[in-house]
Write a protein that binds this ligand. Sequence first.
Ligand SMILES: [Zn+2]
Length: 67
Amino acid sequence: MPIYEYSCEKCKATFSVLQSVGSGDKGTRCTECGSTRVKKLFSSFACSTSGSGGGTDFSGGGFSGGT
Ligand SMILES: [Zn+2]
């Protein structure tokens, strides 16, 4: 599960939130002032792979074909 880094635009506090992949930053509140005006800075995975922008990892995908 990735950790998203947020920066509050209200109190300028930075905090990290553990979110599941796919969930937007809606509802994310500042841990300091509770404001929803937060800006996502970056996300850091526990196991980051080398390379930038690899998004075609379909290993182990169910590929059912044939008649
Ligand atoms: Zn804040």
